[in-house]
Design a protein around this ligand. Sequence first.
Ligand code: KIV
Length: 293
Amino acid sequence: MKRKQRLTIPKFKQMKVDKNPITMITAYDYPSAILAEEAGVDMILVGDSLGNVVLGYDSTLPVTIDDMVYHTRSVVRGAQDTFVVADMPFMTYHGSVDQTLRNVARLMQEGRAHAVKMEGGAEIALAVDAVVKAGVPVVGHIGLTPQSVHQIGGFRVQGKIPEDAKRLLEDAKALERAGAFAIVLELVTEEVATYISEQLNIPTIGIGAGRGCDGQVLVFHDVVTYASPYRNKKFVKTYVDVGSLIRQGISQYVQEVKEGSFPAPEHVFTAEDTVVESLYGARKQERKAETVQ
Ligand code: KIV
């Protein structure tokens, strides 16, 4: 399933034209990146959902640029043939252009990402424009933007009233004008997301935004149930419960150590008789037999 060549921005744009859905999943470390690449995803997002599903926070707000750099670097090492987008964390692109570009540079140079993602609409268009002009590809993100969850007042579906639909469309167009090459639409009604997708030349990637987007993105730990807090979300489909398998394996290991069946003879390294004799003297044979039993 693994693709031989990393996809590029012109190819993502062509996928929209060809109606070839873009597949994206989040990953946060080397093994999850290897698995995502082997499974053949088109694009990996090192999302700041890292905060919820890996670091144990109750929101994405505590995630820092250092966290993102560290995790992006390990994802890129694991998925060398996949296009990797790194999230700009909370408040790292709301100061001066200079500060924004410094943070972007860290994700690109130290994290080795291929693009960054920024949450927000028309209000961040100037920042997006500056990043794109610095030569860094940007994915926009509108709809439910988790970094603004306190302002939005919870995880509410967006695009339920005409004013909201109009604002989302204007935001999407502002991001496209600013040079974003794709836009994530999160928790948006299907009709509004479809209309926005039709109005843009760049691809939309939906999460909880229905079937009319040009691609889909899901969080790794929602696609495969893991140990992270798992809530049943309407827009998520969970394909495999690896958490149960892992728990089962670890509890079997604990039980076997307790009862003495692990390590078994095939797991141990034995020393020559001369070594055992040098340690135990005359008791050597007896001692060696005890040890390897
Ligand atoms: O951080 C993240 O995982 C995201 C996706 C939900 C799109 O932004």
